[in-house]
Design a protein around this ligand. Structure first.
Ligand code: SRM
Ligand code: SF4
Length: 563
């Protein structure tokens, strides 16, 4: 196997701290695309070049270049924005993008369909709302996730603040973003540029961090390169259990790639948080695979070094020994819908946003409705890791007005939808994702309806089964943590994965490979019949499948460390 650095490594190294030839690419009015090497660099600025795959064939026949446009992703740690910021993002979606806002599985916003000529103006508009897109994509630390369900609000706020500060701490140093998009002029005589944390080739691959606040695991903390589980003792934040080496991505037909849950390696106090995060990140920077991007995530680095050796390396870099793991219990990895009262008497309303897409459709004017809510709302908006939205910090007296707007714009799915539909996740997939092999977001409504029909036929319409669909095995909807998951293989064909738990501590396993919808529904019908007849009291569908050995018991986080 080659140990030569991959082509992307060379592009990064030559990019002069993420500038590449982006200026020239943007200035070239002969094409809607940017130069090939710049497609790797622009990711670090929070954008991907894409093309409309629905139009690919037609344009090829017409001898036109693909219908290029750009996706832009925000860096919004914990997914919090103010109503003013919401209004700005809404205006950007209408002015520059495809009239929709996409809430991602990592608490960020995505815009789709921005054309090259308007890319700079779009990024400037985002920055004018005091949100940026720096390192929302690329081989760096990405948007930091934090539990969104504010059940333990005081501790939750504290954890959120640590996450926000850590996100800032791990932000790249390069001034390329400000120069390229915000017209900042390089200062004469300024210090030569450097990236003390990352170096000029940044990380071998993307790096993801999440903070869970038990009992919620809405962030799917074990799916992350680095996870922090808040340990709350006597109502106070004592510190965090640390998990390393989780990740979802895999490639079909390549057994050397696989989803993996993180390993718990120890406990840190809040004061040790930054040091340990840097130690894990720099260990991955120096030890990760820079030759084969498929094997470059931290999970493979740990596999190569061994967990004990990796922990020792982290401790050496940190300059202290990690503490013993503390007890915790995770109960749930979905969202809690509807109104909830916070510790200070303010209210939080979690709305279901199907597949995270906010747009205006007949009878469901969600974009308009949320704009109207933003005009009257004085709290903030919080994106959940499950593509949903919390209208947070609402005074008791303001609930009625918000409820009326929710109802009149069809935003009340949380009152109408079945548990299956409330908890389902679907990645973006077609038409924008260049890697999609099958539909996901656009397929979710009809698939969910068909599965709902089957469940109802077995009297299971209220079973809160977690369904996740991804258009390819990269796993952007964290499908390997779904009780039922469809992983795209080809148009209309999926691998059917079954048997995760509902709290993000057990992966599912392959049940049927490369099957179409009829075969999926046929398989589920038989399993639902069995589940309805033989499940134990309160037994979840995934647990039932494992108990009955319908799927092999897949890897799960050792239960002995979980109280
Ligand atoms: Fe993802 C690549 C969308 C969360 C694993 N992901 C992509 C790209 C950028 C396709 C590409 O490389 O050309 C997708 C853009 C689609 C589009 O048109 O918008 C894409 N990923 C998404 C989003 C928008 C899915 C969603 O429906 O919300 C999520 C954006 C998150 C964010 O705000 O930052 C998204 N992606 C995830 C997650 C879930 C998570 O992080 O919790 C994963 C699995 C966790 C993990 O990283 O292990 C994930 N995305 C991937 C991978 C596989 C990485 C790997 O290690 O194998 C790719 C492909 C790659 O990196 O080469 C990928
Ligand atoms: Fe695209 Fe695959 Fe991610 Fe879905 S899982 S958004 S198809 S890369």
């Amino acid at each position: 196997m080659s140990t030569e650095p991959s082509h992307v490594e060379t592009i990064k190294q030559r990019s002069r701290f993420l500038r590449g030839s982006l200026l020239e690419s943007l200035a070239d009015s002969h094409t809607g695309a940017i130069r090939e090497d710049d497609t790797a660099i622009i990711k670090f600025h929070g954008s991907y070049q894409q093309d409309n795959r629905d139009l690919r064939e037609e344009r090829r026949q017409q001898k036109l270049e693909p219908d290029y446009s750009f996706m832009i992703r925000t860096r919004t740690p914990g997914g919090v924005v103010t109503p003013e910021q919401w209004l700005a993002l809404d205006a950007i979606a209408i002015r520059f993008a495809n009239h929709s806002l996409r809430l991602t599985t990592r608490q960020a916003f995505q815009f789709h369909g921005v054309i090259k000529r308007e890319l700079k103006a779009t990024l400037q508009a985002i920055n004018a709302s005091l949100i940026d897109t720096v390192s929302a994509c690329g081989d760096v630390n990405r948007n930091v996730m934090v539990s969104a369900n504010p059940l333990l609000s005081r501790v939750h706020a504290e954890v959120h603040d640590w996450a926000r500060r850590l996100s800032l701490h791990l932000k790249p140093n390069s001034r390329a973003y400000s120069e390229l998009w915000l017209d900042e002029v390089p200062l004469a005589g300024a210090e030569p540029e450097s990236e003390p944390l990352y170096g000029e080739t940044y990380l071998p691959r993307k790096f993801k961090i999440a903070f869970a606040v038990p009992p919620d695991n809405d962030v799917d903390v074990f799916a992350h390169d680095l996870g922090f589980i808040a340990i709350i003792e006597d109502g106070k934040l004592a510190g965090f259990n640390v998990s390393v080496g989780g990740g979802m991505g895999a490639s079909h037909g390549d057994a050397s790639t696989y989803p993996l849950l993180g390993h718990l390696i120890g406990f840190v106090t809040p004061q040790q948080l930054f040091v340990v995060a840097e130690a894990v990140l720099t260990a991955q920077r120096d030890r990760g695979n820079r030759a084969a991007r498929k094997h470059a995530r931290l999970k493979y680095t740990i596999e190569k070094l061994g967990l004990d050796a990796f922990r020792s390396e982290v401790e050496t870099r940190a300059g202290f020994t990690l503490g013993d793991l503390r007890d915790f219990r995770l109960e749930h990895n979905g969202d809690r819908f509807g109104w909830r009262e916070g510790h200070d008497g303010r209210w939080h309303l979690t709305l279901r946003i199907e597949a995270g897409r906010i747009a205006d459709r007949p009878g469901a004017t969600h974009l308009t409705g949320l704009r109207e809510i933003a005009i009257v709302h004085h709290g903030e908006f919080r994106l959940t890791p499950n593509q949903n939205l919390v209208i947070a910090n609402v005074e008791a007296g303001a609930r009625e007005e918000i409820d009326a707007l929710v109802q009149s714009h069809g935003l009340d799915l949380h009152r109408r939808a079945t548990p299956l539909r409330l908890n389902a996740l679907a990645c973006v997939a077609l038409p924008t994702c260049g890697l999609a092999m099958a539909e996901a977001e656009r397929y979710l409504p009809e698939l969910a309806q068909r599965i709902e029909n089957l469940l109802a036929a077995h009297g299971l319409q209220n079973a809160p089964i977690h369904l996740r669909i991804s258009g390819c095995p990269n796993g952007c909807s964290r499908p390997y943590l779904g009780e039922i998951a469809l992983v795209g293989k080809a148009p209309g064909r999926y691998n059917l994965m079954l048997g995760a738990d509902r709290c993000g501590q057990r992966l599912n396993a392959l049940y049927r490979e490369n099957i179409d919808e009829a075969a999926i529904l046929h398989a589920l019908d038989a399993l639902f019949a069995d589940y309805a007849a033989t499940r134990e009291a309160d037994e979840a569908f995934g647990d039932f499948l494992v108990r009955r050995k319908i799927v092999a018991a897949p890897r799960q986080i050792p239960l002995e460390v979980i109280a």
